[in-house]
Design a protein around this ligand. Structure first.
Ligand SMILES: [Zn+2]
Length: 884
């Protein structure tokens, strides 16, 4: 572990405290990020009055405090709250307190008399806002004429609901009371202990005191929800319930079958019963994701609900994944909480890593672990940027907290966990995890604590190797070169450096302690070796028999977080190998080696494409997905005059695989075969412009618009996208009108995504105008922008529209958290002038407040890399296409 970096904020806080002591009559400047810790909360008692029809709420909070020293001023976190009354009680004395705003994130309380060290109790009455668009703090949504309210506190939004110590290390019990309409359901982290009617049609619901919780895990839900009791589950017979918006409880059928089983499997892995007294899962309209609030998990409705007859494969797998992820947090994050946001990977990487393990045990045929392998490749790409975060990036500003919830934290973190799990063995790793959770239950912990538990379980130093992946950015590139291949003991020269794409300005001199697991075959016999690579260059001897080395694989089980550069003919041998010799995860890692080598310019695209075309025949769907992705991405740099050749190449490659396949499901088709068929059909239609498939898609889309039964649910996404891509005005009108009026939220989302696929610029313009006119729910606007900006046909237009209608587009987004997303619309540009344009346009815009500076730097870098890639690979691609 590296020592914590010097933190200038500490100095600021000391300075602030000194000012407060010297001049009690003056208000000190607010802290920059963190509270001083000189006053700590011991527990909260909070009451909220929540009527979802209103856009404000009222609150009263009593905080039991412990003052380390005499004070006349106290800073708490608070955002957008209007304090109406505040006073402090100490030793029977009541001291009035004046509230002062401290910038955006703090509320100050100036006491009439100074407060002695020791215990005191602060009482604050206040009001706050409930947005119908934003989802930070306490928010509200309308559906079917009914209003619902719910909360999202992570990362730093509890301060929008309560004046509080809004940092994860302040982990204390909370006692909540809600005042709501008598006909409404009111939920919080614990069970209700009493419910009494109040005047004006209201009722008071009191909840049991919570176990110690950080503010970011508090949750409240209010509205006309329907309840589905799942009975009890797990070792302690925990009551499990699902809540759905009115009239939709039947749509929780799949989730209700999955959740109890997944919960039991999590308990078995952790060796600790589910930690809380109840487990509620709530589907909320228009919520971008899911949140692991202790005992009260909140999901977007499309994750948890689907009409049973219209469940898609994607829905079922997504639902099981997200439910497992959020339930896994009840231990990793809730029971044991990271002490500060620099260790958020202890929550997110763990929940991401354990999800496929649990889902695989429940539904082995889904092979969820292979989806994780694809996510790892996505993270590896992000990690190749000079501006990539580290898994443990120091947190010095609010923006650093916003940035921390990225693919590096989730997927790279999960991949690194998986690598060390396979290195020390599954059972040893599990022992380390169980010891860590037991040792720090109900408390906070750090990476150091976790690595200590792992070292003890493994009886060896794992931490020093682990830390090389946590505390520096980048993915190692391990090169393997066989020397003296004909000899009896050929040498294997291994070298490591940072993987960088062509055109990168990054320093390749990174150094990791890489747990290498390799296997090779000679004389028909396989040998396996594990080796911790420590130096930049290492030699090892292979034991071979005549006629020599047959093949060598450097990333056994695909479990390592590194890219392999196979030198000489090693890669060719692996690609020619009978697929049975390699596991699907290993074949995925080999395709990753190939795509990474193309990206770094070490293999020419024109030489790689025929290899990818061959890989489309692999028996593993994810290998096909990667190969198809390579074909699709090549489109980005096809010279215009060679587009007919490109289309011909795509069709000629796919036609033999698709034969007479259509959008209709053939009898007896497996789920994996269906997913593969639909994705290849879509590729042939979208990139190969297969007119038969396009016309068929348009017909099916029209039929689906009239009758949802006209098309298998799994085919709807691909069919609508292809139809929209080639839509004329009449079809587009129908899709747009249905997107605005669709009752089923999943249908609405797929229609909006489809609108983002249209090629016609005039139609794309209309989609953007509908977005800016706020004709779609804010949460879906992101998906539309993402779809339009991902396509070469509509990319410039989308960015241009954003520039000309910036305020309207921003107003259509679900709040400031998504401002950082806007520069991402320029991610795929590949001409240098766009870099200047993007940087100039976003300068001074609010994106800079919400993670924007790093995102802007990443976008700028990405544009430069795209340009370099085009320079490096376009000629080779053109030469290849000319032969097609
Ligand atoms: Zn999570």
């Amino acid at each position: 572990m590296k020592a914590n970096r010097w933190n200038p904020l500490t100095i600021c806080l000391i300075f602030v405290a000194a000012l407060a002591a010297r001049a009690a009559s003056e208000s000190p400047a607010p802290p920059k990020l963190r509270l001083s810790g000189e006053v700590r909360p011991v527990g909260y008692t909070a009451e909220l009055t929540v009527v979802p029809e209103r856009d404000t709420f009222n609150g009263a909070v009593t905080i039991d405090l412990q003052f380390a020293r005499r004070a006349s001023f106290l800073w708490l976190h608070g955002h957008g709250l209007t304090v109406t009354n505040a006073y402090l009680q100490q030793d029977g004395r009541q001291i009035s307190a004046t509230a002062l705003a401290g910038g955006e994130e703090f509320l100050g309380f100036k006491f009439e008399h100074s407060v002695a060290s020791g215990k005191a109790r602060l009482r604050i009455s206040y009001s706050g806002a409930m947005s119908d668009k934003d989802f930070s703090g306490l928010f509200r949504r309308q559906q079917g004429g009914q209003w619902y309210a719910a909360t999202q506190m992570e990362a730093t939004w509890a301060r929008r609901v309560f004046p509080c110590f809004d940092e994860p290390a302040f982990k204390v019990p909370w006692r909540l009371t809600l005042h709501v309409k008598q006909e409404h359901t009111a939920l919080a982290n614990t069970t209700a202990v009493s419910e009494t009617n109040e005047p004006a049609g209201m009722k008071c619901v009191r909840f049991a005191v919570t176990r110690p919780l950080p503010s970011y895990l508090l949750a409240v839900v209010v509205g006309p929800f329907e309840r589905l009791d799942l009975g009890t589950a797990g070792r302690k017979n925990t009551p499990v319930r699902i809540f759905a918006p009115r009239g939709r409880a039947a749509e929780a059928a799949f989730a209700s079958g999955a959740i109890p089983d997944l919960l039991r499997r999590l308990e078995d892995y952790y060796g600790i019963p589910y930690p809380y007294e109840k487990l509620d899962q709530v589907a909320v309209p228009q919520f971008p994701g899911a949140m692991e609030n202790a005992g009260l998990i909140i999901y977007d409705e499309t994750i948890l609900l689907s009409p049973p007859a219209r469940e898609t494969i994607e829905f079922k797998r997504g639902c099981a994944d997200v439910c497992t992820h959020e339930m896994a947090h009840q231990w990793f994050g809730d029971l044991v909480t990271m002490a500060w946001w620099d260790d958020i990977w202890l929550n997110e990487a763990f929940a991401t890593w354990i999800t496929p393990k649990i889902v695989d045990a429940w539904k082995p045929e889904w092979r969820a672990n292979l989806d994780q392998s694809l996510a790892t490749i996505g993270a590896a790409n992000a990690d190749s940027l000079v501006n990539a975060r580290r898994i443990r990036q120091p947190i010095q500003t609010q923006v650093d907290i916003d940035n921390a919830f990225d693919g590096i934290t989730y997927s790279k973190g999960a991949a690194v966990l998986g690598m060390f799990e396979s290195w020390i063995g599954k059972e040893t790793f599990r022992k380390g995890i169980q010891a860590y959770l037991k040792r720090h239950a109900w408390e906070n912990a750090t990476t150091t604590d976790f690595l200590k538990s792992l070292n003890q379980a493994a009886r060896q130093d794992i931490a020093s190797a682990f830390s090389t992946f946590l505390d520096q950015p980048g993915i190692p590139l391990v090169s393997a070169e066989v020397q003296d291949a004909a000899g009896a003991s050929p040498g294997l020269l291994l070298s490591q450096r940072r993987y960088l794409p062509v055109g990168s300005s990054g320093d390749p001199q990174g150094s990791w302690r890489v747990p290498l697991r390799l296997r090779y075959q000679s004389g028909g016999r396989e040998k396996q070796i594990g080796r911790l690579m420590v130096d930049r260059q290492e030699n090892m001897l292979l034991k071979t028999e005549p006629p020599g080395l047959e093949w060598l694989l450097l990333n056994r089980d695909g479990a390592g977080y590194y890219v392999v550069a196979y030198r000489g003919d090693l890669l060719r041998k692996l690609l020619q190998l009978d697929a049975q010799c390699l596991s699907p995860a290993e074949r995925i890692s080999i395709v990753h080696s190939l795509t990474a080598s193309v990206r770094s310019g070490d293999i020419l695209l024109g030489e790689a494409l025929p290899l990818h075309a061959k890989l489309l025949r692999d028996s593993e769907r994810r290998v096909v997905t990667l190969a198809a992705g390579a074909l699709e991405r090549a489109r980005e740099i096809v010279p215009e005059e060679l587009m007919p050749n490109y289309r011909h190449f795509v069709r000629a490659t796919l036609d033999p695989l698709l034969k007479d396949a259509s959008w209709q499901t053939p009898p007896g088709e497996t789920e994996d075969a269906r997913l593969q068929r639909l994705s290849l059909l879509a590729l042939s239609a979208r990139k190969g412009e297969d007119s038969r498939l396009i016309e068929e898609a348009k017909r099916f889309a029209l039929a689906w618009l009239a009758d949802r039964q006209a098309l298998a649910p799994d085919a709807a996404d691909a069919v609508l996208e292809v139809a929209a891509q080639y839509a004329d005005g009449a079809l587009f009108d129908k899709l747009l009108s249905e997107a605005k009026s669709a009752q089923d939220p999943s249908d609405r989302q797929r229609l909006i995504r489809a609108l983002g696929a249209c090629n016609d610029l005039a139609l794309a313009q209309r989609a953007l105008e509908a977005l800016a006119a706020r004709e779609f729910p804010a949460v879906d606007s992101i998906a539309l922008l993402q779809a339009l900006s991902s396509r070469i046909e509509t990319r410039s237009q989308t960015y241009d529209y954003l520039k000309r209608h910036y305020d309207a587009v921003v107003a259509a987004l679900p709040g400031e958290l998504f401002f950082w997303y806007l520069p991402m619309l320029a991610w795929r540009f590949d001409e240098p002038e766009w870099r200047e344009d993007v940087n100039a346009f976003f300068k001074g815009k609010p994106v800079e407040l919400t993670g924007g500076p790093r995102i802007l730097a990443q976008v700028s870098e990405s544009i430069a890399l795209n340009h370099a890639f085009k320079q490096a690979q376009q000629r080779s691609l053109a030469e290849f296409l000319k032969t097609q």
